[in-house]
Design a protein around this ligand. Structure first.
Ligand code: CUA
Length: 166
């Protein structure tokens, strides 16, 4: 029409093109949010490593004789423990001071968790999953390790001890 000079038509095409590009970018961002949101919503809060809570005391890494503190040939310290209503196995953990200690733990029945004294060691234990984290305990001495997820009537009495030794 008379109102559309060739310049105005070119400008309109450019505007339309940019509207599509901006729309595409917005769509891509929303799609990324939805995909990552759904992906992480399906994850437990720890690293995803599964284990059968019904058989873990009979075979594999979490049999009773394999629990507690282990030092491998390279000097790497690993502590393995199991939580159940209403105790931790083992009840007392011995760890070296000022050394990275890797914890591997799980629960057999319901969700438990623990903190170690006034340290930043803090984890949730979920039946069916192995929780792993690494902590360092600079202070020699004994720390209490209470369960910090409500797990039933005995929750208040569920705790273990951590002995940090030189
Ligand atoms: Cu176990 Cu609270």
């Amino acid at each position: 029409t008379a109102m559309h000079s060739p310049g105005a038509a070119a400008a309109e095409r450019a505007e339309r093109r940019w509207a599509w590009i901006v729309g595409g970018i917005i769509f891509l961002l929303v799609a990324m949010m939805v995909v990552t949101g759904l992906h992480w919503a399906a994850m437990p809060p720890s690293r995803v490593e599964t284990i059968d809570p019904l058989t873990l005391h009979m075979q594999g890494e979490f049999v009773e004789s394999n629990l507690g503190t282990a030092v491998d040939a390279q000097g790497k310290v690993t502590v393995r423990l199991v939580a159940q209503q209403y105790s931790f196995t083992p009840q007392c953990l011995v760890v070296p001071a000022d050394t990275p200690v890797t914890f591997r733990a799980t629960a057999t029945d319901v969700v438990h968790g623990f903190v170690v004294g006034k340290t930043n060691a803090n984890v949730m234990l979920i039946p069916g999953f192995v929780s792993t984290f690494t902590a360092r305990f600079p202070q020699v001495g004994e720390q209490l390790m209470p369960c910090h997820e409500y797990c039933g009537v005995g929750h208040e009495g569920m705790w273990a001890r951590v002995q940090v030794v030189d």
